[in-house]
Design a protein around this ligand. Sequence first.
Ligand SMILES: Nc1ncnc2c1ncn2[C@@H]1O[C@H](COP(=O)(O)OP(=O)(O)O)[C@@H](O)[C@H]1O
Ligand SMILES: [Mg+2]
Length: 267
Amino acid sequence: MTEANSDSRDSKQGGGAASDDPTSPNSKYADVQDRESLMDGIQAGRRVVFMAYTLSTIVERQLDFVIAVLLKKYGRTELQTTIYSCLKEIVINATKANAKHVFFEEHKLNVAVPDEYQKGMKMIKEQLGEAWIEKYGSLAKAKGLRVSIEFDHEADGLRIWVFNDTELIPTDESRIREKLAEGMNYEDLLSFYMQMGDQAEGEGMGLVMNLLLLKGENINPALFRVGFADGKTMARIEIPFTDEFVSIRGDNPEGFRDRASIRVEFE
Ligand SMILES: Nc1ncnc2c1ncn2[C@@H]1O[C@H](COP(=O)(O)OP(=O)(O)O)[C@@H](O)[C@H]1O
Ligand SMILES: [Mg+2]
């Protein structure tokens, strides 16, 4: 993805490439669902909430668009690729977790019993692919297991939450802790790739990559958290825009919560 210097590009438009500027009339996002109301809502300082079941192309574009509008509003468009990549990874993790939940249920395997968990995970590893995601993604949807994505923003920074409707099981929790600790150990993406060498298969690398992408933008990786509450799993990224930004883990965790929001639901 390229970072556009959209103003100069817009003015020279003669039916050429669409602009990366989400607010431009010939924006590449022109066909995004609820485009105007999302832009107005964000401009008015509202939170944005998406409800989805899978990461379809439509949802991907919608998320990319919302990030672009937010970053344009706060003058931080250079963060587009990093934030979008991190968000995509955690949304995929969330949909996979929901799908995994129904897989275990369907095979009557209990995640809390180590042998059964191992067996289930082995089966998933063997079957995992587009077809698996599609099958168990739709079963998760039929069960009403959703993924919600929430954006909250102000001049000092941006917060993004991703919730999935399944409880975090201890094995996954320790995997997450392990991955986050691992990510803290590398300086940057390059040193990570050097260490991984040929064994890198893309599996189990998402969270480490997220931390390193954030580090690459001088965003404290400790601002990326995964946790659980009320039967849901949550991943959260906080992106400070100014030194005044207060992390949710800091003094004023409730400050953001009660804003009016715009909601968009996806099938
Ligand atoms: N939303 C989530 N719910 C449950 N487990 C999760 C979630 N996100 C991450 N995990 C756990 O953390 C592990 C590592 O995630 P990640 O680094 O993205 O690698 P991968 O997705 O390739 O497994 C996952 O395999 C899973 O066990
Ligand atoms: Mg992942």
